[in-house]
Design a protein around this ligand. Structure first.
Ligand SMILES: [Zn+2]
Length: 445
């Protein structure tokens, strides 16, 4: 059932192992009525449901606290029998008193130069209202809230939970069978629950469709204002995708666009893209999308050497022209961008702006082409590509760091000009709004 299929997109328990097998397991587990209690869902258009993960509200009680002076650690024993350890230095650094913290800015006032990183403690104890009190050797006094401490526990599990709450890095990987999550444009603009569900799905699935936008320019900017502000680039605050004479971008023609990410010629490519259909071609112009992270994972399984090549070699991208103003961009990017832990961060690939300058030693040129071809071949497999046709009033929002999108060629006719308006945002702004909405909808857990 579609509702359950959708609900799993929002499952906070979806681990990094988003292999087909893991998805199968989730599908099996996630039948209506058996949803985890931490999951609430918001009904959107028709049968489509956007799930939203609530932050569990739990009050933690301290049973006992003691100083392990030798290790310079404070140990908290929780009412449930669990233990947490906190370094003295970290506790002193994060004293929440008004002298050490500027509460109006939620920012640290204590200077690094005033922090004794070898401090001991005089007294640690549990207060009557179940807080942890620390008196330092200079008689400075700190009081820590139990829940505040619990969330900042240094155990691997607690750290992982906190990071997931902050960054929502668990993704739902998909292929051509994806039914694109869909929400109502007006509801997203005016209802916090709908907006939260939209952004959660945008983060986890990477693509969300909005229906019911007016068929006039200005809607992508309005949607960007719902979040914060849009990202200005050389193509302007927003940009008009149309068949243009003397086009300064291949997007501004009626030809096919193979799957690409936008703007790898910028070292910091836009994180999120909005595309609003104002007018569609009579024939052709269907949109295509591929899950670049899922395809990278497939490449890693099928051809680890090719994956390694794309994850290590830096490729030159270029973009030159005049639009908002004149520009002459150059960048160097890995096509598969991994973080220090080997996790996928971003796909950077646009064949149109990949530079003829290729800064590689001769012996790496052919392996590079072989690797890129292997990745692109996987992305072009019909079982991996989602195809959809935008109609006037439709608006698609997607993760430009993860998805590759394309378009089939279309027949350009002067009396019915295909016209999409686009805009970019960055993930920082989107995640900021998502966290604020989560607090508004679920409370300050
Ligand atoms: Zn203080």
């Amino acid at each position: 059932m579609w509702m359950s299929t959708f609900a799993r997109f929002a499952l906070p328990a979806l681990q990094r192992s988003t292999s087909a097998m893991a998805c199968q397991a989730l599908r099996a587990r996630c039948t209506p009525g058996s949803l985890p209690s931490c999951l609430t869902s918001v009904q959107l258009r028709r049968q489509h449901t956007l799930g939203s993960a609530s932050v569990p509200v739990a009050r933690h009680s301290v049973r006992h606290v003691r100083a392990l002076d030798e290790e310079r650690l404070m140990e908290v024993e929780w009412e449930d029998g669990g233990h947490s350890l906190y370094p003295f230095t970290w506790l002193r650094d994060n004293c929440q008193c008004p002298q050490c913290t500027l509460h109006s800015a939620k920012a640290r006032k204590l200077l690094m130069s005033d922090l004794d990183i070898h401090t001991g403690v005089d007294v640690v104890e549990v207060t009557n209202d179940n807080k942890v009190s620390v008196v330092w050797p200079d008689q400075h006094h700190s009081v820590f809230d139990a829940d505040w401490l619990k969330k900042r526990c240094f155990s691997p599990a607690a750290r992982q939970a906190m990071q997931e709450e902050l960054f929502l890095n668990e993704r739902y990987y998909w292929d051509s069978t994806l039914r694109i999550p869909t929400a109502d444009y007006q509801e997203v603009l005016h209802d916090d629950k709908a907006a939260l569900a939209w952004l959660l799905a945008l983060r986890r699935v990477g693509i969300v469709y909005l229906r019911g936008a007016p068929t006039e320019q200005g809607q992508v900017a309005r949607l960007a204002e719902r979040i914060g502000y849009l990202r200005l680039t050389f193509y302007g605050h927003t940009w008009q995708v149309q068949d243009k004479y003397q086009a300064n971008n291949v997007a501004y023609t009626s030809g096919r666009l193979s799957p690409h990410t936008d703007y790898p010629a910028l070292h910091f490519a836009p994180g999120v893209q909005f595309l609003h259909c104002i007018n569609q071609a009579v024939e052709g112009g269907e949109s295509e999308a591929v899950d670049g992270f899922h395809m990278a994972e497939q490449l890693q399984k099928e051809d680890p050497e090719a994956f390694q090549t794309l994850a290590t070699l830096r490729v030159d991208f270029t973009d030159t022209g005049t639009d908002y103003c004149d520009f002459m961009l150059q960048s160097k990017k890995r096509i598969i961008d991994l973080d220090a832990d080997g996790r996928l961060v971003r796909i950077n690939y646009n064949n149109a702006t990949r530079d003829s300058v290729l800064d590689l030693p001769l012996h790496q040129v052919q392996p590079f082409y072989r690797a890129l071809k292997a990745y692109v071949d996987i992305m072009n497999r019909p079982e991996n590509v989602v195809t959809y046709r935008m109609e006037p009033g439709d608006l698609v929002t997607f993760d430009n760091w993860r998805l590759l999108h394309g378009r089939r060629s279309y027949v350009s006719s002067p009396d019915r000009l295909r016209h999409l308006e686009g805009a970019y945002l960055d993930w920082d702004e989107v995640m900021s709004r998502l966290r604020i909405l989560r607090h508004a909808v679920h409370g300050n857990a």
